[in-house]
Design a protein around this ligand. Sequence first.
Ligand code: SAM
Length: 245
Amino acid sequence: MSNKTHFGFKEVETHEKTIKVEEVFYSVAPEYDFMNDVMSFGMHRLWKRILIELAGLTNNSKVLDIASGTADIPKLISKKFQSASIHVTDINPSMLMLGRDRAINENFYQNCTFALVSGEKLPYKDNAFDLITVGFGLRNFTNKRAGLKEMKRALKPGGVLLVLEFSKPNNSFFSKLYDWYSFDIIPKLGEIFVNDSKSYQYLAESIRMHPDQEELKKMILDSGFKECKFYNLINGVVAIHRAVK
Ligand code: SAM
């Protein structure tokens, strides 16, 4: 079996990818929320709200959010479903601490539990969750297939997986515009606002290397999910995959 994978456009050893992704998120953590708003013109907030609408949650739901970062998704769930139990997780301590601090400061920690967890090896029992969410996290996994299989294992039968991720624009004009924005503008914004163009170059490259809508759907179904449907947002720049165990 090959021990190689991609870190952006570069081919690297699998163990190197995990370290490099960790370095990226250590570097971007302090300004993560600010840069998300700048780069997406605030639109990521709407995409996350749409994600929650697709979840079919109730107040009794048990939820696992993987790659939580600064806890945008747990915050939305917690505000709407105050008795849902939400596991807020990330592989990176600096990102997870930002999420935890924010939950305390913005008063949504009551129904949240915080844990340092890799989405590729979940420390939870089989059939534990009603819903698993991953927002802009799967792209950074070293082994996406291992992660998806773990998510399937940890979901209850009939449980729902929601993956929000950058994807492939569905028309050529938009695709060109998006390429220009990703490779010419995003690294410059990183340079101007946070003096870090390298991390934002990785962001652009990792988006291009991520499976497109149909490929990701196939990967999800190959991991054992019964059904999978995707929703394209802003012409497929971003997609939400909704799968059922
Ligand atoms: N979900 C948040 C959002 O939508 O704003 C944060 C997304 S941020 C772009 C990606 C997060 O994925 C980072 O916090 C990073 O530490 C985390 N991450 C990367 N690889 C991971 C893995 N294998 N398991 C869990 N989290 C991971």
